[in-house]
Design a binder for this molecule. Structure first.
Ligand code: PLP
Length: 371
């Protein structure tokens, strides 16, 4: 894919904000608790390798990714720290994980049995695993005491696996209502009682858990959204420290005109001027991740919030200005400027999603620039 380096639309990532978010969280952790930076999905769109570099400087001691290719990207960039793949790796690719010392998630006995067969055939050495317990997320993991005990017996007979970690994932750690969190937490405590007590990493915390809950018996957190300055609860809970949004989506005015009343804008002619209006064209559209749902959303031109008028096109969209501005005037689509907050949370609320989704959906066509 061609990245638009020759176009003024950019994902600007503030390295100090990333550093701050990690360092502040580490200050809150009990001694001996490690932080693994979650850099899956290209670091939630911020660039996995660069984020990993900054997180490591700020004190992260390892990384979590979702797929094996993301782990390889980090190894190829030279990271030697522990890496855990959170998704399911198909057993036929496990030689890659062993060769690159990448830990993978073991979420069922049948997966372990199949993996064991292939590892024994290939004789390539031990595979590092973290056992996933499904305490109520309903996505991956062992659910019952019987399943857990069976896996424990299986692992004690199979030296091709090194059990390095055990973990679970909370579905509602980002809410004022803590009942479901407590239910999952209790189930995890029961699961731990069935497992050997010398497992190196015991972990439950995503950002929300790390920010708002005590974690007993754990010594690692998997820190994602909050590292990027995204509040995992949206606006429901206040973070214990200032989360600084790391990314700003910026562009510039590339065309401007004054239209009389009764002129329409963009496909479908869904917007018509009601008086003389200044309309600017911005070089960003749905192929960049600014979906058509953002019609009507306000963006910052200088210090003024102005609306996107008419349909968002594939590569461009139009805004209604309060008056003329020079070509090249900076526009912030998502980000904060002085006292004006127009961040991913505001964008997410506008299209009815969560703040995580917006940086993830911005396209690789928009270059990442680190400041
Ligand atoms: N752990 C697991 C298993 C995840 O799937 C995720 C992300 O979805 C995380 C940790 C990080 O979560 P957050 O971005 O909320 O910190």
């Amino acid at each position: 894919m061609a990245t638009g380096f020759l176009r003024p639309t950019q994902r600007v990532v503030d390295c100090q904000a990333l550093y701050h978010n990690v360092a502040e969280e580490i200050k809150l952790l009990p001694q001996g608790t490690e932080l693994f930076a979650v850099v899956k999905a290209n670091g939630y769109g911020h660039g996995a390798v660069k984020v990993a570099e900054i997180a490591k400087k700020a004190g992260a001691t390892g990384f979590c990714v979702s797929i094996l290719d993301e782990a390889l990207e980090l190894r190829e960039a030279g990271f030697t720290e522990p890496i855990l793949v959170l998704g399911v790796v198909e057993p036929c690719y496990l030689t890659v994980a062993v060769e690159h010392n990448i830990a993978v998630t073991a979420a069922s006995l049948s997966w372990l049995q199949y993996a064991s067969q292939l590892l024994q055939e290939d004789r390539i050495g031990q595979l590092t695993i973290h056992l996933k317990i499904d305490t109520g997320m309903g996505r991956l993991g062992l659910r019952t005491a019987e399943e857990i005990s069976e896996v424990v017996r299986f692992l004690s007979d199979h030296s091709e696996f090194e059990l390095e970690g055990v973990f679970t994932h909370f579905a509602k750690a980002d809410s004022k209502d803590t009942d479901y969190f407590k239910k999952q937490n209790n189930r995890f405590a029961q699961a731990l009682a069935l497992l050997p007590n010398d497992i190196r990493y015991v972990h439950t915390a995503n950002s929300a858990t790390a920010l708002w809950h005590e974690q007993n018996n754990c010594n690692l957190i998997r820190f994602g959204a909050a590292m990027y300055g995204l509040n995992p609860s949206g606006r429901e809970l206040a973070a214990p420290f200032d989360l600084k949004q790391a990314m700003t989506l910026e562009t510039e005015v590339v065309h401007i005109k004054q239209l009389p009343a009764n002129e329409s804008i963009s496909y479908g002619a869904t917007y018509t001027t009601t008086q003389e209006e200044w309309i600017a064209t911005l070089p960003i559209g749905y192929a960049d991740g600014l979906t058509r749902d953002f019609q009507g959303f306000t963006v910052l031109v200088g210090d003024k919030l102005v609306p996107i008028v008419g349909r968002v096109c594939m590569d461009q969209c139009m805004v209604r200005l309060n008056g003329p501005v020079p070509l090249g005037e900076k526009v912030i689509i998502f980000g904060n400027q002085d006292d004006q907050a127009n961040d991913f949370q505001v964008g997410a609320e506008y299209i009815g999603t969560i703040n995580y989704e917006i940086p993830c959906m911005l396209s690789e066509r928009v270059p990442l620039v680190y400041v």
